[in-house]
Every structure is written in C-alpha cells, then in structure tokens.
Design a protein around this ligand. Structure first.
Ligand code: MG
Ligand code: ZN
Length: 226
C-alpha cells in the first residue's frame, strides 16, 4: 500500500483567507482494490436444519466448516494486491436463533482457522438487522442489509476501497444486487440454476461470472492458477 501526506488548509475559504490559514498535514491513503466476500455459502458451509426445514448459517462453532481452498483463495487475493473484506447479513441474533456470545465464538473460531494457515481478513462487516426481528433494537429497516449496498459502501469509506477495481463474491441474488448498486463486479458461487437466472434477469442483476468455488473465483480475478 502506498500512502502519502499532503498539505491542506485547516479551514476552507476563499484564496485570500487560505493564504493566512494554518496548514495541516493530511494523510492520504491510496484506494485499494478489494474483494468483498459473503460468508455463508462462500467461505463456510451452510447448515440444513431438518427440524425447521431450513438451510441457514452455522449457529455453533462445531457447525462452522471452511470450504476447501478458501485459505488459498484469500492468500491469492493478498498476493495479487487485493484486500479481502467480509460483508455478511447475519440476522440470526435478531431472529433469536443464536446468542451474541455464540456469534462471537464462531467469529473467533473463523479467525483462528485462517490464522493457523497464515491467512487473514482485512475487515469484517456484518448487518445484524432484520425488519421482523424478535429483538427490538435489531428490528430495523436498515440500509446495510444486502441486497442494499450500504455494507459495501460503509466498508469502502472506512477501508479506502477503489470500487472500480473491486469485486463481490457471493452465493445469492442479494449479493449480486448489492454489488451492482455499489458499483463493483460480481461473481456468483454456485451453479447457474435457471430459477436464479430468471430472478437475475427480472432484477437486472447479473453476475459477471459464475464459479463453483471461492478458489476458482480467486483464480479468475487474479489470473493466477494454483
Ligand atoms: Mg451466502
Ligand atoms: Zn443492517
């Protein structure tokens, strides 16, 4: 990362006043090309809960399993100069499916799984809201829940993202929609089932590519074969 300092006036004003305005050094961070990653279904397996008939996030550390090749993919992004930032809807706490403590335990376990192999994420951004949340403080019609682009845009502001050179990788239509509205290219992980094709057509949100794994997507983005 190349960063520089530049001289800027402490207060803005006309050129006359600027001449007499104290100057300050401002830290200018060059914007970085970035890969935004969805979590469930991209870096870790989804869990089937037969008692409820739903497929959802892992709700215990034991259920949290990284897909093969995820660590190599993250390392490949870093080698190619991309920062990798997790952007994930996690309404499980809002819905009362998982406690904050269990969520944090899973997050910590994920970090340890990566760190053990020398990989890391540059940032983790979660939307914990849900419009029908059981927990009142999380019952918010927010702007960060994908398909809205708020989470990606917040991460972009805070992490100095060069959106024009960046990608989102997700396994759902909502990931693709969010990426289009944030102005980044998108890769869908999964099979291009026709069900999804029709939905994407209808919503005008088509991925730039479809890959079956994160590692395949990483090779596509970086042009490196591993
Ligand atoms: Mg997902
Ligand atoms: Zn939110």
């Amino acid at each position: 990362m190349i960063s520089t300092f530049r001289l800027v006036p402490l207060v803005s004003g006309t050129s006359f006043y600027k001449r007499y305005t104290p100057m300050a050094l401002e830290y200018v961070m060059d914007k970085l090309k970035t890969v935004f990653l969805d979590r469930d279904g991209v870096i870790n397996e989804l869990i089937y809960y037969p008692e409820h008939g739903i497929i959802d996030s892992p709700f215990t550390v034991e259920q949290f399993k990284l897909f093969p090749g995820v660590i190599d993919a993250i390392k490949l992004f870093h080698r190619a100069g991309y920062q990798t930032i997790l952007t994930s809807n996690q309404p499980g706490i809002a819905k009362g499916y998982i406690s904050e403590k269990s969520f944090d335990d899973i997050r910590q376990a994920m970090r340890e799984m990566l760190a053990k192999e020398g990989a890391f994420l540059d940032g983790e951004y979660y939307c914990f809201h849900h419009p029908e949340a059981k927990i009142e403080k999380l019952r918010v019609d927010c702007s960060c829940r994908k398909p809205k682009p708020g989470l990606l845009l917040q991460a972009s502001r805070e992490r100095g993202v060069d959106l024009a050179q960046s990608w989102m990788i997700g396994d759902g239509l909502t990931d693709i929609q969010a990426s289009k509205d944030a102005g980044v290219r998108a890769i869908l992980i999964g099979k291009m089932k026709c069900e999804l094709c029709h939905l994407m057509d209808k919503n005008g949100a088509k991925p730039d590519a479809v890959c079956s794994t994160l590692l395949e997507a990483a090779m596509k983005i970086t042009g490196v074969k591993v």
